[in-house]
Ligand binder design. Structure first.
Ligand SMILES: [Zn+2]
Ligand SMILES: [Zn+2]
Length: 789
């Protein structure tokens, strides 16, 4: 064919997608369009089970981590893919606004101390900060395309939610599942409150190990004991040595005299003493670590309160009273040294429990707190965990391991202010704690109780509780709140257990565990049918991101630069479900290339008409075989909520098969260069069929560009009102794939070796097995003598 003839035939076809490049700034206009059209509004018919997503209400306390934005994008893929399977999807958008996080944020950013600020005023500051932070988060949610129900947002600090939290507490109180007791507890001085085991982390911190001389009373010999907490010598009740430790066999049953204090304590053999640590002799005091707690309990020792709730040494510490533990430690070391009682100090790394919020080392102090019973429920929770479907399945073990390690009931009271109040008043005469009836939001630190007389003694003065709940008390009943328990029992019956609980693996021991516990206690059933556990977002090298390391990747600039589709395609294709994933601009830029490629392909195809009935050619049947396989693979990934599967399968199909082979094979036919009208129409039909199918398959992952193209080419309605495609075409032509690919590569290689352009003609014969594709291949490669040999 003469080149002028070719040019003419190509010029007839003008792309209906006019823009040369996809401008991702259209995304926000599309998002507004979806909201106007109500595409994502939850339309609950009266019948059938809705698909309910227990969306994690994000903690509203600062900038949003890119890993979190990526996880919410995947939760959106769950919502969109379920809609495309014909389900009524309830995808609530909530915000967890209670708790220490926002209080710390306000203390830092408003330069105030919570304890020096009137409660009412501090609450105002928190509330204002939360509104600002929430609107920033909502902007990101919309920028990334979360198809949630923004008209019905919920907030854990709203009166309706706090009322609900308090009602659930009152119910459990009445059933005897709540009790108050004094018990050694993790205490963070920085946060000024007790914290649960689930919120304690361990760090290897540099520490001094002091070798201190105790005197053995009966022999007057020295007994050297190594400790990282010499300021707790005043709280020592016992010295232990390992029963097998030959060095100390003679000391069993004797007594040690505490240096500085002169008090005597017994020396006993106990297997908890590790011969290899320090000198092998260990002082047991209240409380240096959890071993101390266990031994005090086991041996019935009387505790000495050495550290107060203010983090300072008490009068039990004698001359060191009032010092911080740090300062007290250095003073006592100085005194021991000057009295010749300090043998040496060693610098070591010590595994130290720290507060997961403020990162400060925690103390173990006896505190009076409310507890929710959980030990009795652990076997039942283990049973439920085995019956719930986990995605990936392996993540169930994270929960089971945690359940196996839980050793005490859940301390639920906190000495903070911006949280749901514990609804209890105390009679000023007899001290009885009294709870109000459920159904109202109570603030006992501010308001009088809803009664005038003590039900026990008839007295008429009361003191309101000032403490609040651990914030997980609120968020652990989100599944019940969104299924309208107990206000709309009809809906609740259809919606509960909710369909899926999506969350990160970092909050399995908190949110997942507490949700199972609380919802089971309240309803006798598991709260969800599926649990979906995503990995965590790491930096480019696979390291956790920290401001101090300078490796934090901010999501907003990347969304602005590459658009939500590119961000989300990166997100889905970066790692398989459950694995940690790496966040970097380079990787998102890579996904952007795929989005661009898809636009270019679509634009090319948009130039051709869309015939209805055609007689397919073998090349068409071949690519439709491959397309059927792609549809099946992608749907299987969607059914497993693992978006890595469709994303990578679609990417491979587009790059490796469709664009590089089929498209090149049918270009001449689509342009009508040397083919019959019927053959030409078959190419048009197939190109559009592949494109439509790709757009539908991609819609949950990259919701924007596919919808734009869909509306330009195929429908007046949004692609997000459509259902997934089905694998309609026979897969028999799949057997040709390897041969077709190999033949094309071979021709390209020969042309390259001979310095020929791709359009230059060449003499290569087509293998017999590929004879069905002869016409397309001959045109594609300008083969001179294409007869099979
Ligand atoms: Zn703390
Ligand atoms: Zn009373």
């Amino acid at each position: 064919m003469m080149s002028s003839e070719k040019d003419r035939s190509e010029h007839i076809f003008v792309p209906r997608l006019t823009a040369k490049r996809w401008d991702h700034h259209i995304e926000q206009a599309l998002f507004e369009e979806w909201r106007r059209e109500g595409v994502f509004r939850f339309k609950s018919t009266k019948r059938g089970k809705p698909f309910v997503i227990d969306t994690p209400p994000p903690t509203t306390s600062g900038t949003w981590h890119i890993g979190a934005v990526a996880s919410y994008s995947q939760i959106d893929m769950i919502a969109r893919s379920e809609r495309m399977q014909g389900n009524q999807v309830l995808f609530p958008i909530g915000f967890d606004r209670n708790g220490i996080n926002v209080e710390i944020y306000v203390e830092k950013n408003s330069n105030v101390r919570m304890r020096d600020t009137p409660r009412e005023q501090f609450i105002e500051l928190c509330s204002a900060a939360l509104d600002k932070l929430e609107s920033q988060m909502t902007e990101i949610m919309m920028a990334v395309g979360l198809s949630g129900d923004y008209d019905q947002k919920y907030h854990t600090d709203h009166e309706s939610y706090r009322k609900f939290t308090q009602s659930t507490f009152i119910e459990l109180w009445k059933r005897g599942l709540v009790y108050e007791t004094t018990r050694p507890n993790n205490y963070c001085h920085d946060c000024g409150t007790t914290i649960a085991d689930a919120e304690v982390e361990y760090e290897d911190l540099p520490s001094s190990l002091a070798y201190v001389r105790f005197r053995v009373k009966e022999t007057s010999d020295n007994l050297v004991i190594a400790t990282t907490r010499p300021e707790l010598i005043c709280a020592c009740r016992l010295v232990i040595v390992n029963p097998t430790d030959e060095r100390y066999k003679d000391l069993h049953g004797l007594h040690a005299i505490l240096p500085i204090y002169g008090r005597e304590v017994p020396i006993k053999p106990h297997p908890s003493a590790k011969p290899e640590f320090g000198t092998g002799a260990v002082m047991i005091c209240s409380y240096g670590d959890y071993t101390d707690v266990l031994l005090f309990r086991e041996l019935g020792l009387t505790e000495v309160l050495a550290v107060g709730a203010d983090g300072r040494l008490t009068n039990a510490a004698g001359i060191y009273q009032g010092e911080t533990t740090q300062k007290g430690r250095s003073r006592i070391l100085g005194d021991l040294s000057s009295q010749g009682l300090l043998e040496k100090t060693e610098e070591i790394k010590h595994r130290t429990p720290v507060c997961s919020r403020s990162n400060t080392p925690i103390e173990i102090i006896p505190m009076k707190e409310y507890y929710l019973k959980q030990m009795d429920f652990i076997p039942k929770l283990r049973h439920l965990a085995k019956r719930i479907a986990f995605h990936p399945d392996s993540s169930r073990q994270i929960l089971l391991d945690w359940l196996n390690s839980v050793s005490i009931d859940w301390p639920i009271s906190r000495r903070r202010v911006y949280s749901t109040e514990i609804p209890v008043w105390y009679c000023k005469k007899c001290g009885t704690p009294l709870v109000p009836p459920p159904g109202k939001y109570y603030r006992p630190w501010r308001d009088p109780p809803p009664w005038t007389k003590c039900s026990e003694c008839g007295f008429n003065e009361f003191e309101g509780e000032t403490r609040t709940f651990d914030t997980w008390i609120d968020s652990s009943v989100s599944a019940l709140f969104i299924s309208k328990y107990p206000s709309d029992i009809k809906f609740f019956k259809r919606a509960y257990p909710v369909s899926i609980r999506p969350q990160g693996k970092d909050i399995v021991r908190t949110w997942l565990h507490y949700s199972l516990l609380r919802c089971y206690q309240l309803t006798g059933r598991a709260p969800f049918s599926h649990v979906w556990i995503n990995g965590l977002g790491m930096d480019e090298q696979g390291q956790a991101m920290h401001k101090s390391k300078g490796n934090v990747v901010e999501p907003e600039p990347l969304l602005e630069k590459y658009g939500a589709d590119a961000f989300r395609f990166w997100d889905a294709s970066e790692a398989t479900l459950g694995s940690d994933f790496r966040c970097s601009e380079m990787r998102i830029a890579g996904a952007h290339k795929f989005v661009t490629k898809l636009w270019n392909l679509s634009r090319f195809i948009s130039a051709f008409p869309q015939p209805r009935a055609v007689r397919l050619q073998p090349s068409d049947k071949w690519i439709l075989s491959e397309l059927s396989i792609l549809v099946k693979q992608s749907l299987n990934g969607y059914y497993e909520f693992n978006f890595f599967v469709p994303a990578t399968a679609i990417r491979d199909f587009v790059w490796e098969t469709f664009a590089s082979h089929y498209l090149e094979m049918v270009k001449p036919r689509a342009y009508g260069q040397g083919f019959s009208a019927s053959q030409q129409r078959a190419a048009w039909y197939t190109l559009h069929t592949v494109l439509k199918t790709l757009l539908l398959l991609l819609a949950p992952i990259t919701p924007f560009m596919p919808d734009y193209i869909w509306r330009q080419l195929y429908s007046k309605r949004s692609i997000h009102t459509e259902c997934f495609p089905k694998p309609l075409w026979p897969k028999s032509y799949k057997r040709y794939t390897k041969r077709v690919v190999a033949f094309n590569r071979e021709v390209w290689k020969v042309k390259k070796d001979r310095n020929l352009a791709l359009r230059d003609s060449i003499e290569i014969s087509i293998p017999k097995v590929l004879s069905p594709f002869r016409n397309d291949l001959a045109k594609m490669h300008s083969l001179q003598n294409p007869r099979p040999n």
